[in-house]
Design a protein around this ligand. Structure first.
Ligand code: ADP
Ligand code: MG
Length: 580
């Protein structure tokens, strides 16, 4: 085991010393590696972490390279003016492309990235202004070769650091939830589409910075560096390096560039023939590598390293402000004739019920009765198809989940909706997303640490409340299912909700854990929280709730005090009788 910091230190020393110990050819390769790292680092964030596949990052590098080449060679501008204009242009194009493509789902998005990649390549190649396929020569250099090398690597390391900072922040937790847990993120206040656009913009700017440096390093731009093959290479680098790891970008870029360079020399001589055989060998090597390490190389490497101790949580950080809660007994939730169908199946049929502040209302019914669908209607995850839902006197049906969350409704999911690779603490901190406000830029600079300490302290307190302090730094996905449900509850509590929606929280818990959970829910009610509870364990429900609503086939079968409902013959027949 090597300490991660030592490895990082050794890498920095190597980068600093390389120009003095390596032949010029290798130093040039290092420059190319750094330039490629910047682009593939954008892809790590965009594709590996946020789950947005792009084959078109070379376009942004190309736009920046051409912009600065034109400005410096044809209009006499300095490279620094070139940088400003190049990045501004990249930002405009990225915001435009993002706005029209990031709404696309499934395969349409990657395909559209290929389309714009091809379009831009031919634009570079065919326009007189861009020097057609011969390109633009005589781009001025930034500095001497040695200084340029250091500028390129300083920029690369700065982006690596900023990206690592970003992922370890409020905004970063939201980004890490985008890929597999977008519905959950939206339910805790994350504007998923906006955040995807932001990550897309950063990835484009990273590529743009690389393109600008490339133009002034090579002193020449031509379309061939920005064709679709280049875009595929960048994606490849991110994937073989480890697409969800910041350092995967460096590893991937190094391997791809070195291998290509060496295979070019080795393979033809070995085969005794000329031709692009190295591409074939390269392809086979990559397939073998991905077969052995499907998550890329960074996770393999991190198995050999130990990280410094866990981040200390500043429990003394000032507590986050809490929202004003409604007076006990006031009208809280009014559901009027809510309806939802899936094709021909009516999941919720004109269901009406009310909740008052400070009560625990049980929503019970056989499997498939429509309880979870009702949760999804209240929280906006599914649009209601009729009826009205009001929260604290305000219509909420039709609002997106994040707006409903903002009004004070937090939920758990029946099918546990955690980011398995994130720690318990980080998952729970997502619940407090709306109680912070610092965005991506501050996160990159680590200039949001005071707020971050508050958010993490709050999350740690909620983890303690559900009895999982010992698992605080464990990956949430490694916990047994019952405990994952408790993490879900802690995450909802981090939102400081007025109304807590719990979908089968006790499923998978052991008896003692159920009792602890019941005690916690009673305590929460004592503090004035209102809870809507879906649960199958009747003993758990009956001992806890103030009132019950019974659903069957999407309709309300009965409503009232637990004792009365339990004695209701229709309920006994439809539900309780069937189960016991
Ligand atoms: P409950 O939570 O009471 O067990 P649900 O609300 O999950 O019931 O489901 C109600 C009915 O709607 C079931 O018949 C279920 O199969 C169906 N259903 C739920 N979600 C979907 C969906 N996304 N698409 C199609 N059918 C669904
Ligand atoms: Mg359900």
């Amino acid at each position: 085991m090597i300490p991660a910091r030592a490895l990082l230190g050794a890498f920095m020393v190597f980068i600093a010393a390389a120009p003095f110990i390596l032949p010029e050819f290798h130093v040039a390769l290092l420059n190319y590696i750094a330039l490629a790292t910047m682009v593939s680092l954008g892809l790590v964030l965009l594709t590996g972490v946020a789950g947005v596949m792009s084959f078109g990052q070379q376009v942004f590098a190309g736009i920046a390279a051409y912009a600065t080449a034109l400005i410096t060679t044809k209009y006499g501008g300095s490279p620094w003016i070139g940088l400003l204009l190049a990045l501004a242009l990249v930002a405009v194009v990225a915001l435009f492309l993002g706005a029209i493509t990031l709404r696309l789902s499934g395969h349409y998005l990657p395909i559209s990235t290929i389309a714009w990649g091809i379009a831009i390549y031919f634009m570079f190649g065919n326009l007189e202004l861009f020097g057609k396929y011969t390109g633009l020569p005589d781009v001025p250099r930034l500095a001497g070769p040695l200084a340029t090398y250091y500028v390129i690597w300083a920029a690369t390391l700065a982006l690596l650091l900023a990206s690592a900072n970003l992922l370890d922040s409020r905004a970063g937790r939201a980004i890490r939830a985008l890929r597999f847990r977008a519905v959950m993120a939206e339910s805790f206040g994350v504007d998923v589409l906006r955040l995807k656009n932001i990550v897309f913009l950063y990835a484009a700017l990273f590529a743009g910075l690389s393109g600008w440096l490339y133009a002034h390093y090579l002193r020449f731009v031509s379309p061939s560096a920005f064709n679709v093959n280049a875009g595929i290479d960048y994606l490849f680098m991110a994937v073989i390096g480890g697409a969800s790891h910041v350092w995967g970008a460096v590893i991937g870029a190094s391997i791809l560039i070195f291998l290509k360079e060496y295979l070019k020399g080795l393979v033809p001589s070995g085969l005794g023939a000329s031709g692009n055989y190295e591409i074939v060998v390269f392809g086979v090597l990559m397939m073998l590598l991905l077969h052995r390490a499907s998550g890329g190389l960074a996770p393999v490497l991190s198995r050999w390293t130990v990280r410094r101790g866990r981040r200390r949580i500043a429990l003394e950080a000032p507590t986050l402000p809490r929202r004003a809660q409604p007076g006990p007994g006031s009208a809280l939730l009014e559901v009027k004739k809510a309806a939802k169908r899936f094709g021909g199946l009516v999941a919720v049929r004109e269901l009406s019920f009310d909740m008052r502040a400070g009560e625990i209302l049980g929503l019970i019914g056989p499997n498939g009765a429509g309880k979870s669908t009702m949760f999804n209607l209240i929280t906006g995850v599914l649009p209601a198809e009729g009826g009205e839902i009001a929260f604290r006197g305000e219509r909420i049906d039709g609002l997106p989940p994040r707006e409903i969350a903002r009004r004070g409704i937090a939920r758990t999911f029946q099918h546990v909706n955690l980011v398995g690779t994130m720690t318990v603490l980080e998952n729970v901190a997502i619940g407090a997303h709306l109680r912070g406000g610092r965005g991506t830029l501050r996160a990159m600079l680590h200039a949001e640490r005071a707020e971050e300490a508050q958010l993490l302290a709050e999350a740690a307190r909620q983890v303690e409340r559900v009895g999982l302090s010992a698992q605080l730094h464990d990956a949430a996905g490694s916990l047994p299912l019952g405990q994952q449900r408790l993490v879900e509850i802690a995450r909802a509590l981090s939102a400081d909700p007025t109304l807590l929606l719990l979908d089968e929280p006790a499923a998978g818990l052991r008896y003692a854990e159920k009792q602890a959970l019941a005690a916690l829910l009673r305590r929460l009610r004592g503090e004035g929280m209102s809870i809507l509870l879906v649960e199958h364990d009747m003993e758990f429900v009956m001992g806890l709730v103030d009132r019950l609503v019974v659903m069957d086939f999407g309709e309300k079968l009965a409503e009232g005090l637990p004792g009365a409902v339990q004695a209701n013959p229709a309920v006994v027949e439809a539900y309780l009788g069937g189960v016991e």
